[in-house]
Design a protein. Structure first.
Length: 186
């Protein structure tokens, strides 16, 4: 230890035990749900390799606020649990409209549309690069939000199978499918 004090300290790294392992360039956008289930989404997103976690407020989102600091602590714990060397940032809750208004032109957005059914084969035809996954709220997106998403050229709509999944299950399923098709599981 280089310095020790009553309220903190400074450490000096003397040896790197293994190299930094960066996740693929994948963001997860999701509408917060009940506290424990939101915690689950953050934990699993970290374990599965998301590089950024972005809670978004939609018209049908049940939760109107989150504790970003608590979710960031869950992200740190999840990275430690899976021996990750990267802890993704967990953003403050933002309005989906605001996020979409400044969406990067070069980042694909995988919209897990619960109105689609069938096999999630669309990813096998996509290119690698910067991606994000959007998981909607319980009750789905409003008609206005659906129209806005459908009009964006960066959006790729996909089914997560023949059943409508809970939001927390959908997040895990979507990241898993993306990782298998385009991520670092290949």
């Amino acid at each position: 230890m280089a310095q020790a004090g009553k309220r903190g300290g400074v450490l000096t790294c003397v040896e790197q035990t293994r190299p930094q392992q960066m996740p693929p360039d994948l963001w997860l956008l999701f509408a917060p749900i009940k506290k424990a289930r939101t915690d689950f989404i953050v934990e699993k997103a970290v374990e599965l390799g998301a590089a950024r976690i972005m809670p978004v407020q939609t018209q049908h989102t049940n939760a109107d606020r989150i504790r970003q600091d608590r979710l960031q602590a869950h992200a740190l714990e999840a990275a430690e649990q899976c021996e990750g060397t990267f802890v993704p940032p967990v953003d403050e809750l933002q309005a989906l409209d605001k996020v979409l208004a400044t969406w990067p032109a070069d980042r694909h957005l995988l919209w897990c549309n619960e109105h689609l059914t069938g096999a999630a084969t669309v990813l096998s035809r996509q290119e690698r690069g910067p991606w994000a996954i959007l998981i909607g709220p319980e009750g789905g997106f409003s008609e206005r939000e659906q129209a806005r998403l459908a009009a964006m050229p960066q959006v790729v709509q996909a089914s997560l199978g023949p059943r409508i999944l809970r939001a927390d299950t959908a997040a895990v399923a979507a990241i898993t499918l993306w990782q298998a098709a385009l991520g670092d599981w290949r």
